[in-house]
Design a protein around this ligand. Sequence first.
Ligand SMILES: *[C@@H]1O[C@H](CO)[C@@H](O)[C@H](O)[C@H]1NC(C)=O
Ligand SMILES: *[C@@H]1O[C@H](CO)[C@@H](O)[C@H](O)[C@H]1NC(C)=O
Length: 204
Amino acid sequence: MNPLEITRITQRKYLIKKMIPFFSFFLPILFLSFLISTHPVKGQSLINETCKTIARRDPNIGYNFCTTSLQASPTSQCASLQGLGMISIKLLHHNITDTHGYVKHLMKNRKLDPYSKLYLKDCYELFSDAISSVKRAVKYYNSKRYDDANIQISGVMDAATTCEDGFSEREGLVSPLTKRNRNTFQLSAIVLSIMHEINKGSNV
Ligand SMILES: *[C@@H]1O[C@H](CO)[C@@H](O)[C@H](O)[C@H]1NC(C)=O
Ligand SMILES: *[C@@H]1O[C@H](CO)[C@@H](O)[C@H](O)[C@H]1NC(C)=O
């Protein structure tokens, strides 16, 4: 072997040595970016995508209402679709528990006219039942019994509608719960739609 040949071989060895760290550094990064790009969407973009999909399908759901509601939960940023469903059920639970307490507070008003009193009492009972329904829905949801959970959440939706309708039965009566009933209705619609998406098996 002439000296030139030897030099060339050592040069090549040197090159390979240089290439190994190059690959051991870049391959994992390549692999990682591949993983990230094929991984289901998460975080804010999952919230956005989910809300876009369900707002398009259900005219009762506003895109902004949906994103604002889901974003409010600190855990929503790393949640899967399954997790977003749970977050929306918890939101609903919190919401109707709060409304239930608010109705109780309103009923204490001594100046209340007899009809408002009557309708508020109805709402109070409706929301008591709705709280039990949401609790059952949580159990069903956790065991992936979405059809059973659907029945419970639909009941909550009806409770909000029935409560609101009571006040409109009587002329001149103004429902003090319109905004809350709308929130309950819309949050229930979100829960139902997310469960529908999960059932479809879509990643959104
Ligand atoms: C989500 O949507 C909001 C507007 O609704 C937008 O400002 C934000 O950049 C979006 N985020 C992602 C990650 O898509
Ligand atoms: C009920 O839900 C609405 C809409 O997400 C939200 O703005 C409101 O703060 C909630 N109230 C409670 C007590 O959770």
